[in-house]
Ligand binder design. Structure first.
Ligand code: NAG
Ligand code: NAG
Ligand code: NAG
Length: 376
């Protein structure tokens, strides 16, 4: 599927734009030009690829790199031009990234890390049609189910069996349902009952509060009571899981349950949005998130976009485009010259721009991809 497309980067050098301005630093594109904005942002993310020849993006960003691969696979699925430019990234990451930490088959000590990689390989399978990537996701799934059986039900967060997290469970549901939706009919029953059972557990264990916001986990030492903050990614991954489970079952109830969580969290002034409806994890408002929390908003908006494609709602579409446009208008360091443009995107989607890293770049790319996907 590669090498027949023109380089996507060329689209950025629209002759009219180059000729129109006498200035070396030209005006940035419109915030609603989601295709070119996403491509420019993905190009900036790719500058971090192969740091230390790890097959990862940036330094010591293991699970985050699974997120970046999903972002690139998503952009590739929306804009096939991009495959010709960076299509070899998937195979290279598959071959070399496990060398980092000797994580054979993308397995490490954390079931959420494994879930990110498993779901990322499903995304790569979707754009390449290469069965090797579906098999990789299945191998990861088979390791994750060893983490079932906590005293609260569900999957452990890590192999140390200390904590029952929402994130490892949300990713497990998305992966189990996602595999069920992609394998042959004769294999569906290996995955789908687990996905449905874990879904029902997620909605009954107490993770979801009366405000319809997902807590970080449940406390095995305190009667499995909900514990921890309300982070964007816990809320978003379960929305993507709903889309996959609906794809595998056609069960409308799943979409309705997810819609309640999507409405509550995407409304302006929710626990994870400001009064203008811009998504936040708190720390980003002072550009102070660590390399974990700075990633979170990406999976939220990806999950909401997946749900939107399965179950369209104008309020979610508005939320997604509002956030993508806010990033472009308020949280961007943009340079354009004759040789192209560069788009550095920061941590606080409401702005102002501070600094950018592979993580802020990847999370913001998720928002631009999401806007592209839901407006196409
Ligand atoms: C499928 O992906 C694997 C792993 O990247 C690669 O080795 C193999 O050549 C690919 N197969 C095809 C037909 O492209
Ligand atoms: C549809 O999903 C709901 C919620 O998870 C579940 O209770 C119900 O049993 C499902 N229906 C079928 C036919 O599987
Ligand atoms: C979600 O919000 C939309 C817009 O207000 C509304 O039409 C829809 O019924 C809501 N869905 C649920 C499940 O609350």
């Amino acid at each position: 599927m590669r090498s027949t497309f023109k380089k996507a980067g060329l689209a950025l050098l629209a002759p009219s734009l180059v000729a129109a301005s006498p200035l070396a630093k030209m005006a940035k594109r419109d915030a609603s030009d989601y295709t070119d904005n996403a491509v420019c942002s993905a190009d900036a993310l790719m500058k971090y690829y192969q740091t230390d020849n790890t097959g990862l993006w940036g330094k010591d960003l293991w699970w985050q790199s699974a997120n970046f691969m999903t972002s690139l696979a998503t952009l590739t699925s929306l804009n096939s031009d991009y495959l010709s430019e960076h299509g070899d990234v998937f195979a290279n990451t598959f071959d070399t990234a496990t060398g980092y930490g000797n994580y054979a088959n993308f397995l490490d000590n954390f079931y959420d890390d494994e879930g990110w990689w498993g779901n990322a390989w499903l995304d790569v399978y979707d754009v390449t049609g290469n069965q090797t990537y579906l098999q990789a996701a299945i191998i990861i799934y088979q390791d994750i189910i060893n983490g079932l059986g906590t005293p609260c039900g569900g999957i452990w967060w890590s192999k140390d069996q200390t904590y029952v997290s929402a994130i490892s469970n949300g990713l497990y549901i998305e992966l189990a349902a996602g595999i069920a939706a992609r394998v042959g009919q004769d294999q569906v029953s290996d995955y789908l009952p687990n996905a449905q059972q874990a879904w029902d557990w997620f909605f009954s264990v107490g993770l979801i509060g009366s405000d319809n916001m997902v807590s970080d986990g449940v406390d095995k030492d305190n009667n499995c009571a909900p514990t921890g903050s309300k982070f964007t990614y816990n809320q978003g991954v379960i929305l993507g899981a709903a889309a996959e489970l609906y794809k595998a079952t056609g069960n409308q109830t799943i979409l309705e349950q997810a819609a309640v969580l999507a409405n509550a969290s995407s409304a302006a002034g929710s626990a994870i949005t400001d009064s203008n409806g811009i998504l936040h994890d708190g720390c980003d408002e002072s550009d102070n998130c660590d390399s974990t929390a700075a990633m979170f908003k990406g999976p939220y908006i990806r999950g909401l976009a997946k749900l939107q494609l399965a179950y369209p709602h104008d309020n979610w579409k508005d939320f997604i485009t509002t956030n993508a446009q806010s990033i472009w208008n308020n949280d961007l360091d943009f340079e354009q010259s004759d040789s192209g443009s560069s788009c550095s995107l920061g941590q606080d989607w409401a702005g102002p721009y501070d600094t950018s890293t592979a993580i802020t770049q990847g999370a913001a790319l998720d928002a631009l991809n999401a806007a592209l996907a839901v407006t196409q």
